[in-house]
Design a binder for this molecule. Structure first.
Ligand SMILES: Cc1ncc(COP(=O)(O)O)c(C=O)c1O
Length: 430
């Protein structure tokens, strides 16, 4: 830590009160410098498993053969583009490669602004889409010095797990708010360039909006002249289980889909998937070049990830293992009054905690995350109050890993409750 602080500075973030020093990884396991094995129930970048041998071999073989930028013709980038685009429904048939989720969102915003002639952006409250200057101006879910841009409106996403009113009332109220946000963008002269959203509302706390909400907001954005950008950095590549891409959970066909984190299993690889029309329009007006993006080694990594997804049926695995986890977590929730809801879809879960008064159980969530680290299981927390456990393991997670995770989680909650027996829990808000 001292050497790290001396070089990276004191503000380079680390997880946990006692940061974890890791030395190697395999599948869903990380090996600590302390010699311990840690079950990784958090990381979505090693999508097909830490140090997946198929991906490692693909990277090494390609690196030993050829690695240049995309201004020369080479097979891997085209082969990968074809395979990636085959996972999207028409008219999404073109891809521009990038090196990160931030770059993908930055590029998607440029395309949307140039196409619409507008600058206004609708984001969701408590969201994160990246670290560039223009993304910092629309960040609502992370500390940034930049003010929310005058061209940005942050939309509160309705959440049926946190609202006991009838669904249609919640829906009507939240659509009114969306209408007001769009009207305000128009009135300010910015107009509407795009809605940028994460289909799983991950950073927001894995919210559960009313049926038809996302579709209706997308319709309103389009009617106002804007495009839809689905940020699939967290929700994509089979994570949602029932679908390959998170936006397919809704009846919404985005014009732009942004990709990052899991695509290269840790090798930097991102992209913007869009339509021929938008790509041509952007390409004719801008010479877009990106030195590292789409290089043969990155493309080989991406290709190997898609191969592993198909060969090991990992989307189905997310559905199956996710269902198993949801069942066990549901039982845990029923036994523990401080667990208010089991959130999430596919292989992405949130366990929401409340305190004795029914308010956000932030302290408990924080305690559980730290305790689980000492029990050898890695998880984190999300949401504006940090009271929702974030459980988002590599896609090669199996039933036995879920059993271990839930077993340790149950032990953690029991221990905490035992420690609190002098302070009995008096209410349970559902
Ligand atoms: C939904 C979402 N979009 C974009 C990003 C930015 O991606 P990157 O860190 O690769 O720039 C993140 C990173 O956490 C993210 O979660």
């Amino acid at each position: 830590m001292a050497r790290r602080r001396a070089t990276l500075g004191p503000h380079s973030p680390t997880f946990y009160d006692e940061p974890l020093h890791v030395v190697s990884g395999q599948g869903v396991w990380l090996r600590g410098a302390d010699g311990g094995d840690y079950l990784d129930a958090y990381n979505n970048v090693p999508h097909v498993g830490h140090c997946n041998p198929v991906v490692v071999r693909a990277i090494a073989d390609q690196a030993a053969k050829l690695n240049v930028h995309t201004r020369y013709l080479h097979e891997p980038v085209v082969e990968y583009a074809e395979a990636l685009l085959a996972t999207f429904a028409p008219p999404l048939d073109k891809v521009l490669f990038t090196n990160s989720g931030s770059e993908s969102n930055e590029l998607a915003l440029r395309i949307a602004r140039q196409h619409t002639g507008n600058t206004g952006i609708l984001v969701t409250d408590f969201s994160y889409h990246g670290n560039t200057a223009s993304l910092a101006e629309l960040t609502t879910g992370l500390r940034v010095k930049e003010q929310l841009g005058s061209h940005v409106r942050a939309l509160r996403i309705p959440d049926l797990d946190g609202d006991s009113r009838p669904e249609e009332v919640v829906l009507a109220e939240s659509l009114n708010e969306a209408g007001a946000a769009l009207a305000s963008l128009k009135a300010s002269g910015h107009g509407v360039a795009a809605l940028l959203f994460d289909p799983l509302f991950s950073t927001e706390g894995l919210l559960r909006p009313p049926t038809g909400y996302v579709e209706a907001v997308a319709g309103m954005v389009r009617a106002a002249g804007g495009l839809i950008i689905a940020d699939e950095v967290q929700s994509g590549l089979g994570r949602a289980g029932s679908y390959f891409w998170g936006h397919e959970l809704y009846g919404v066909a985005p014009e732009l889909v942004t990709l990052g984190k899991p695509l290269g299993n840790g090798h930097p690889l991102g992209g913007v998937v869009t339509t021929t029309e938008l790509l041509d329009e952007f390409g004719e007006a801008n010479l877009y070049f990106n030195t590292f993006a789409g290089n043969p080694v990155s493309a080989a990594a991406g290709m190997a990830v898609l191969g592993e997804m198909a060969d090991r049926e990992l989307r189905n695995n997310a559905l199956d293992v996710g269902g198993h986890a949801r069942g066990l977590l549901g039982k845990l929730a029923a036994e523990h009054p401080r667990v208010k809801a089991v959130r999430g879809v596919g292989l992405f879960f949130g366990l929401e905690f409340i305190d004795e008064t029914g308010g956000p159980g932030t302290a408990l969530a924080r305690w559980v995350v730290e305790d689980m680290r000492h029990k050898g299981v890695l998880i984190s927390r999300v949401g504006p109050h940090g009271n929702v456990l974030k459980i988002r393991p590599p896609m090669v997670f199996e039933h036995k890993h879920v059993d271990l995770l839930v077993d340790r989680l149950a032990a953690s909650l029991r221990e905490r409750e035992d420690a609190e027996t002098h302070r009995p829990i008096v209410s349970r808000v559902l």
